[in-house]
Write a protein that binds this ligand. Structure first.
Ligand code: ZN
Length: 232
């Protein structure tokens, strides 16, 4: 009950406040993830370039709590990192037209879509859904901070990267997306109402790879460090 009261108060006083509190992140959003949105990554996994966005969801329980290490689950032998730009929706919308899509977000953050690749391959082979491989606890790393797009010099070409033990393993530019955030919003909102606080993971560039105990992952937008995750 207290949780609900606090949420209401937060929303009442600042409906468009963009750096949501932890409480909001854990309580009210859905996480929508786009697959195969960079052609080099689609190729590295042997997937075809899609005609329309491929998407799946993670539950709120997938969010890795701030400051917590990521513990490799004992049921997978191949957990891989996928660094992705994450956009936060800040108004309610359904059937959003492409040209109006920019009105629905104002900030970008960075995340990791942890994927149990061995499980995903098995699910794909058997024509089954991906949730086992994508929606488990801790599988969504989300930066605490989101950057206003007004503070980014070229919002159509945002540069981001991931370092593994201080070595850059993934780097991408948002211009390399097959489907832009505006196309993604147009497409998803045909099927699902987008709500304030919803998060969209926009797909990963090439260079995904496995994690092991002791690895440190650090994500960057331009030169700004957005998160650090210890693997345990
Ligand atoms: Zn992904």
């Amino acid at each position: 009950m207290i949780l609900h009261i606090e949420l209401k108060r937060e929303n009442h006083f600042s409906p468009f406040r963009l750096s949501c509190s932890r409480l909001e992140i854990l309580s009210i959003m859905k996480i929508i993830c786009i697959g195969r949105n960079y052609s080099e990554h689609a190729k590295e996994l042997g997937n075809k370039i899609p005609d329309v966005p491929v998407f799946f969801c993670k539950p709120d329980s997938a969010v890795l709590p701030k400051g917590t290490p990521f513990f490799i689950p004992d049921w997978s032998a191949n957990i891989q990192f996928e660094v992705e730009l994450v956009y936060r929706i800040h108004r309610l919308g359904k059937n959003i037209e492409y040209r109006f899509a920019p009105r629905y977000y104002a900030e970008v953050g960075l995340g990791i879509d942890f994927t149990a690749r061995d499980i995903q391959e098995r699910q794909k082979r058997n024509g089954l859904p991906w949730e086992l491989a994508k929606a488990f606890d801790g599988s969504a790393v989300i930066s605490q901070e989101f950057i206003s797009l007004e503070d980014i010099s070229d919002r159509t070409n945002i540069r981001f990267s991931l370092k593994k033990n201080n070595q850059t393993v993934q780097s991408g530019h948002s211009a390399g997306m097959i489907f832009s955030i505006d196309r993604i919003i147009e497409y998803i909102s045909k099927y699902m109402t987008l709500k304030m606080g919803d998060l969209i993971f926009t797909g990963t560039p090439a260079g995904v790879g496995p994690v092991a105990v002791g690895v440190v992952l650090e994500g960057y937008i331009e030169e700004k460090k957005m998160f650090r995750v210890n693997i345990r």
